[in-house]
Design a protein around this ligand. Structure first.
Ligand SMILES: [Fe+2]
Ligand SMILES: [Fe+2]
Length: 300
């Protein structure tokens, strides 16, 4: 089935899931979550010091990467419009999603500015560099896109929430939890779109799942020093291999999409399924080794 026919077939599902989304999501206001009274002017020439709030470096890395990823919204939005459609329920979803994503960078940046949790100059330079580079993933097809954004929205939910839990700051925690709740609803939309796609063209979806399991990377390429930040984020347990395996690959691909039990697959899709299952098992073993190693290193 070609891309256009598949998207057309799935449009009524997109309409239904959009309606479900709109009836589930609750209106919220970034300005109400920000502790404005803690803010003060940044005098010219006065260097930033982490005097008010000094989260551990790994948490700072996570805030930096998470916010710059949210800042890259124009290109994600473009990608979503092009990959699915700007028309009908697909287009309506893409625009609603864009509007919701926009408040994530607003609320996070406002909180960071008043609490001085991150150097605002480094952050702004990072934003300029990230947004000027326009680097975002380009899934090979709409089906690959659905699989990718499902995993990515869930990964983002987990990463925002875990970052919040490590902030010793109540408003910061509430903000990250609120943003994570939006990401969760985005995840549910895409997860259930993919489930519907599995009914229409299971072979295409399985081939896409295999590719995404093989290549999935958290968004962030294009962010200055991304690799070093990603390492720190993993080490702090905000987002690492075992989270990727235990909280994303297993619950979504194995339990929800039931990769092992799918029937009616082409030969190519059967091979892809085997490869994906092998890789997920391998990632699980690597995650287990990591857990054992960090348990051995932890103080008794
Ligand atoms: Fe977001
Ligand atoms: Fe999202």
């Amino acid at each position: 089935m070609d891309d256009a026919a598949l998207l057309n077939e799935l449009e009524p599902v997109a309409a239904r899931l959009l309606e479900r989304h709109l009836s589930t999501t609750k209106e919220w206001f970034p300005h109400e979550l920000v502790p404005w009274s803690r803010g003060r002017n940044f005098a010219p020439g006065e260097d930033w010091t982490p005097d008010e709030l000094a989260p551990p470096p790994a948490v700072r890395s996570a805030l930096f990467v998470n916010l710059l990823t949210e800042d890259n919204l124009p290109y994600y939005s473009m990608e979503i419009h092009e990959m699915f459609s700007a028309e009908g329920a697909w287009g309506e979803w893409a625009r609603r999603w864009t509007a919701e994503e926009g408040r994530h960078s607003i609320v996070m940046r406002d909180w960071l500015t008043v609490t001085r949790a991150i150097d605002p100059i480094g952050l702004e330079r990072g934003r300029m560099s990230q947004v000027s580079s326009a680097i975002v993933p380009h899934p090979a097809s709409p089906v690959s896109g659905l699989v990718y954004v499902t995993l990515q929205e869930l990964a983002t939910r987990i990463s925002h929430h875990n970052t919040g839990k490590l902030l010793e700051d109540k408003p910061g925690y509430e903000i990250m939890k609120r943003v994570a709740a939006d990401e969760n609803l985005h995840y549910l939309f895409y997860r259930d779109m993919t489930t519907a796609a599995l009914q229409v063209d299971p072979s295409a979806v399985v081939i896409a799942i295999e590719a995404e399991v093989r290549d999935f990377a958290m968004p962030g390429v294009g962010i200055p020093d991304f690799d070093a930040h990603a390492k720190a984020i993993a080490k702090a347990g905000i987002y690492d291999y075992s989270i990727h395996h235990d909280q994303i690959l297993v619950p979504v691909i194995l339990r929800h999409w039931k990769l092992e039990d799918l029937t009616g697959l082409s030969d190519e899709a059967e091979h892809a399924r085997d490869a994906a299952l092998t890789r997920i098992a391998r990632i699980g073993k690597a995650a287990q080794r990591l857990r054992e190693r960090s348990a051995a290193l932890a103080p008794a």
